[in-house]
Design a protein around this ligand. Structure first.
Ligand SMILES: [Fe+2]
Length: 203
């Protein structure tokens, strides 16, 4: 379970709300991965992810164009979006095959995207867009840009949360494994008993 914290906010309300939605989709995918992966659920989640991606990237790219952010940044940002879309489309094509492997790979893609892209490119975009908005309509209260220490703190919190969840999932897996082994042993004992009985009666 990926936990959203205000450290992930980039200071643009519309974009932050969309990023939160992505966290919701990621967590739904994580539930699919942990339980039985129903093909229909998986397709629906991928469809939502595709809709979200088209809408969200268009929002960010329009904001960058309006704020006239540095060209090198805008170009690299758009390239990163295209690269993500390509990876997502490739994954979506495989939705009917090897669902567990697909959910695992997509979870890695989304988690990496949330941490690396949001704390990197999106944060820089937020700073540039807010600066442009400030120039256009002074006076305005602009949130101070987050320090690199804060970025590292947020990153460590996110990783810590993921590891804690992973530990919890492992404990649950061990417990269900133990129960399963117990059930198998009980079933075997029930099957063996009549055979022993039949054997002794025949002598
Ligand atoms: Fe972005």
């Amino acid at each position: 379970m990926f936990v959203w914290g205000d450290g992930f906010e980039i200071g643009l309300a519309e974009v932050d709300a969309q990023h939160r939605r992505l966290v919701g989709i990621l967590n739904r995918l994580a539930r699919c991965h942990a339980g039985h992966v129903a093909e229909e659920d998986l397709r629906r989640t991928f469809d939502e992810l595709a809709d979200y991606t088209a809408y969200h990237f268009a929002t960010e790219e329009a904001l960058m164009a309006k704020a006239e952010v540095a060209q090198d940044h805008a170009a690299a940002h758009v390239r990163a979006h295209r690269d993500f879309v390509e990876k997502l489309l490739a994954a979506r094509k495989e939705a009917g095959r090897a669902p567990r492997e697909l959910t695992g790979r997509t979870l890695t893609l989304l988690t990496k995207w949330l941490i690396v892209h949001i704390l990197g490119m999106d944060r820089r975009m937020g700073e540039e867009v807010r600066k442009a908005q400030e120039m256009a309509s002074l006076p305005v209260t602009v949130a101070p840009p987050p320090s690199s220490e804060r970025t590292i703190e947020v990153l460590l919190d996110a990783i810590d949360g993921l590891y804690r969840q992973l530990g919890k999932n492992s404990d649950e897996l061990l417990e269900s494994n133990r129960k399963l082994q117990q059930e198998v042993a009980e079933c075997s004992a029930i099957r063996v008993r009549p055979r022993l009985f039949a054997g002794s009666g025949g002598r």
